[in-house]
Write a protein that binds this ligand. Structure first.
Ligand SMILES: Cc1cc2nc3c(=O)[nH]c(=O)nc-3n(C[C@H](O)[C@H](O)[C@H](O)COP(=O)(O)OP(=O)(O)OC[C@H]3O[C@@H](n4cnc5c(N)ncnc54)[C@H](O)[C@@H]3O)c2cc1C
Length: 286
């Protein structure tokens, strides 16, 4: 196996494109190395992207934030402005693993590992984040919800790398939140994850919303009917009941040792309501 650590994105793409065998991007390695150790995958080339400066930066852009795909969870948490503005996204990324994992794990790896239960993904989707993907044909911006197609299947072409995420400018009176449910108190995979972002008008009526669910289908979902349940309401009990029903209706979960289908569907509704209430509080005070 070959290990390369390029210093530019162009070099990384060229290495990945020109390798005829299985080539993988190495970010934090917290999924990749586990899969290699357990012989799930045997890449012939690893392209470490942590030495590429533009992938390690968090910077303000177009009123929002551009976050490099190789920024770790710990680095996200240490950015007070980002944390204050996109609290749900930073909280979601910081639910990943332990302190040790936080020092390595990236949102790029969380997305590109292709797990429907990845914690940061529903939060990014709810926030309306776009992934900037770079490949041999250049750059393209892709809504985060369009990157993962099914477990371990992405919409990326050979050699394409997720370079960064663009979190948009956050409108006034907007709040986001992410909640997950896990069987243990820490270090477990979500039974359900839910991200909500909502905006209020001057009278406190919800004027825009996005709701995303993880771990309840083959890919993280953007649930438009759940958002519609909130828009035009005061996010009161009636709207939350509609949100709960719409979130449950969107679920197509599996049965496994962490929860039955019925359990996951019920939890999805509960988490959607709770995440919406946190997002509402944040929108009111933002
Ligand atoms: C103990 C432990 C606890 C964990 N807990 C959680 C948890 O609570 N929640 C959760 O969601 N996950 C959890 N994980 C999984 C893992 O830590 C996360 O998915 C993490 O975000 C992966 O990021 P990484 O940078 O380490 O990715 P890597 O392991 O480096 O890469 C993962 C995959 O994505 C590809 N890849 C990485 N970056 C890019 C890129 N920029 N462009 C294209 N492809 C790319 C790699 O080739 C690889 O296939 C845990 C893992 C461990 C070991």
């Amino acid at each position: 196996m070959r290990y390369e650590a390029p210093s530019t994105l162009d070099q990384a793409v060229a290495l990945l494109v020109n390798e005829p065998g299985e080539a993988r991007v190495l970010a934090g390695g917290t999924d990749l190395l586990v899969q290699m150790r357990t012989d799930l995958i045997e890449p012939v080339l690893l392209v470490d992207i942590k030495g590429i400066a533009e992938l390690r930066q968090i910077r303000e852009e177009a009123g929002g934030f551009r976050i490099g795909a190789a920024v770790s969870g710990a680095e996200l948490k240490e950015h007070p402005k980002l944390k204050a503005i996109w609290a749900g996204v930073v909280e979601a990324a910081n639910l990943i693993g332990s302190t040790q994992i936080q020092g390595r794990a990236t949102m790029g790896g969380n997305l590109c590992n292709g797990s429907p239960a990845a914690d940061s993904v529903p939060a990014l989707i709810a926030a309306g984040a776009k992934a900037t993907v770079v490949g041999r044909k250049g750059r393209r911006d892709v809504p985060v919800e369009d990157i993962m197609l099914a477990p371990r299947k992405l919409s990326l072409a050979k050699g394409e790398v997720v370079a960064s995420f663009l979190l948009p400018a956050k409108p006034a009176r907007t709040g986001d939140a992410y909640l997950r449910f896990i069987p243990r108190t820490e270090m477990d995979i979500a039974v359900v994850g839910c991200g909500v972002c909502l905006s209020l008008d001057r009278k406190g009526t919800c004027s825009a919303a996005r709701v995303s669910l993880g771990a309840v289908a083959a890919r993280p979902l953007l649930v438009a009917p759940a958002a519609a349940a909130l828009i035009g309401s005061k996010v009161d009990a009636a709207a939350l009941a509609k949100l709960d029903a719409a979130a449950r209706a969107a679920c197509q979960p599996i049965d496994d040792k962490r929860g039955t289908k019925e359990y996951r569907i019920k939890v999805a509704g509960v988490l959607a309501r709770r995440a919406a209430q946190i997002a509402l509080e944040r929108a009111r005070t933002s």
